[in-house]
Write a protein that binds this ligand. Structure first.
Ligand SMILES: C[S@@+](CC[C@H](N)C(=O)[O-])C[C@H]1O[C@@H](n2cnc3c(N)ncnc32)[C@H](O)[C@@H]1O
Length: 294
């Protein structure tokens, strides 16, 4: 199993001393020039829509903490890229070497911290991110570290992972921190199911509720749950459905998966799940949001 130190060591290769084809100065200026920039145009929002959008989509926030050697960036996600992977390893006995030479889909990559980590562990990584500026940054980082052959970034929503070459393509889907941000989690999970090969594995982590019953808490854009203004809270990082472990398990099952484990992790106060695509199962189409889905 990976230890936290293994992961820190793997990630520590992404220092300015290992840049390829770009100067340290140009690299630094590109990264720091983006942070805090209000740039909703790149996301394609109309002015009349802005009030309803997430702050994270309207303004550039760095994702995961990164020590580049000559400078460090602190991200909204802190060290989640490292902590999550070691929690998955502990909970589901993921062996060290698991990612080597595997095709991994990293869903909701933000500025690419997890994408780089998975690549450092030997994976061929395809990342997907709906916020254009973050997807662009993840791609820029991958190129700057010479990873263009083994890291690809799709600048779109996971709902749109429908091209034929993305079907049955991945050994594992890595899906932390996103399912509760989806208005349609079962559709999202089915799209990911369709990208997996037979025998492919799913890793999910989610905000959630710690109850036994298969319940979800609906939050949505209009709810502010803590102290602070709407700008900081609702628009900053709101959630749609926050599932209990058994609710997430049922959603994963509806999407077609087998061998499902879904647990509440007391240390992080989040839900962690693992599942496998054992066979290609049909999905129930009654009331489904995309009736012609396969
Ligand atoms: C809370 S962050 C989690 C980042 C990272 N996966 C992690 O766990 O540390 C959620 C990320 O998922 C992205 N995201 C949300 N909905 C998405 C969707 N439908 N398709 C692709 N990315 C999405 C967000 O833009 C954001 O970058």
């Amino acid at each position: 199993m990976f230890t936290q130190q293994d992961l820190e060591l793997a990630f520590s290769k992404y220092k300015v001393s290992n840049l390829v084809g770009i100067s340290e100065k140009a690299f630094y200026e590109k990264l720091t020039g983006e942070i805090g920039r209000v740039d909703h145009e790149i996301e394609g929002y109309k002015t009349s829509e802005l009030e309803q959008q997430r702050d994270l989509s309207l303004k550039f926030h760095w994702g995961h903490n990164h020590d580049f050697g000559s400078f460090k960036l602190e991200g909204r996600m802190g060290d989640r890229h490292l902590n999550l992977l070691s929690t998955f390893c502990d909970l589901f006995d993921v062996p060290s070497g698991y990612f080597e030479n595997k095709n991994i889909l990293d869903v909701g990559c933000w500025t690419g911290g997890t994408t780089l980590l998975l690549s450092a562990l030997g994976a061929n990584v395809t990342a997907v991110e709906e916020v254009q500026k973050y997807a662009n940054m993840a791609e820029f980082l991958a190129q700057s570290f010479g990873l263009q052959d083994s890291v690809k970034v799709h600048k779109k929503s996971l709902y749109n992972l429908t091209e034929p070459h993305l079907k049955n393509a991945f050994d594992a889907v890595y899906f932390p921190g996103v399912v509760y941000h989806l208005s349609d989690p079962v559709l999202g999970l089915r799209r990911l199911y369709n990208t997996l090969k037979l025998g492919g594995e799913l890793f999910v982590e989610s905000a959630g509720i710690n109850v036994k019953e298969p319940y979800c808490k609906f939050q949505g854009n209009y709810v502010t749950t803590e102290k602070g203004g709407r700008e900081e809270l609702s628009r900053g990082g709101w959630n749609w459905f926050m599932p209990s472990p058994s609710a997430l398990e049922r959603m994963i099952k509806e999407a077609g998966f087998d061998d499902i484990q879904s647990v509440w992790d007391d240390k992080t106060k989040r839900v962690f799940a693992f599942a496998r695509k054992v066979q290609h199962k049909p999905i129930c189409k009654a009331g489904f949001s995309v009736p012609d889905i396969d």
